[in-house]
Ligand binder design. Structure first.
Ligand code: GLN
Length: 232
């Protein structure tokens, strides 16, 4: 089970979001606090963010552990964005190890990260040609980003078809965040200038709230909405 985090709000640097929080994604790569599946997240990492220059996100992904990414500490304080999505990976047995299997996956303006596991056999064959990797998360991302407006229904359908699946995803088009809690932890932090969604709190701020399982979270500049995910 990997760990992921997203921000929507006033511009923040990658350092502020990922490296500086005491229990941020960097620390979570070797010492997550709420991870139920796997112990360390050393099988790669990735971050995507938006800039006014173009609608598609920039992405930086790597198969190294994030703590071994020697240039990140110098670059991260220089990159600021109002919408960021990042992940550290603990690869599922049998999945490829190269960076194309690391989140965030992308399609057009959208990008997506998956914490969990899903039987690829329950995903439609049409998803495969668009997948960036044969990794289950990449095929799931291709399936979900083919119709982002159906994300909630597609998660619930995949969960019904594969009862062992864990389907926590984080997706964004730069203007809103969509997240699901389905089998793993998810927390939300509302701040005066934006919202954080994360697999687990990155600090001990009492304002963090746990999201109930089987919930869709939608974050827009207007606020945060939680909707129950119903099995079809
Ligand atoms: N199944 C995905 C992979 O192999 C995600 C794993 C996870 O969430 N740890 O990368």
């Amino acid at each position: 089970m990997c760990r992921h985090v997203a921000w929507l709000g006033a511009p923040r640097t990658l350092a502020e979001l990922l490296l500086e929080p005491e229990h941020g994604l960097l620390r979570q790569s070797w010492e997550p606090r709420r991870q139920a599946h796997g112990t360390v997240n050393a099988d790669g990492w990735g971050v995507g963010w938006y800039s006014p220059a173009r609608p598609e996100p920039a992405r930086w992904r790597s198969s190294r552990p994030v703590w071994a990414e020697a240039s990140l500490a110098s670059v991260a304080p220089h990159v600021a964005s109002g919408c960021v999505l990042a992940a550290v990976r603990s690869a599922t047995v049998g999945m490829p190890g190269d960076e194309s299997a690391c989140a965030p996956f992308a399609r057009g303006r959208w990008m997506l990260s998956h914490n969990g596991v899903v039987d690829r056999a329950v995903l439609p064959a049409e998803a495969w040609p668009a997948a960036e990797s044969v990794c289950d998360s990449a095929v799931l991302a291709a399936h979900l980003l083919a119709a982002p407006e159906e994300l909630a229904e597609r998660i619930a359908a995949a969960g019904a078809a594969d009862p062992a699946a864990r389907l926590n995803v984080l997706a964004t088009d730069g203007e809103r965040l969509l997240a699901t809690a389905w089998g793993d932890t998810l927390s939300v932090l509302r701040t005066p200038d934006g919202v954080v969604l994360a697999s687990e709190p990155f600090d001990d701020d009492p304002a963090w709230c746990d999201v109930p399982d089987r919930t869709l979270v939608t974050v827009t500049p207007d606020g945060v909405e939680l909707t129950r995910l119903e099995a079809p």
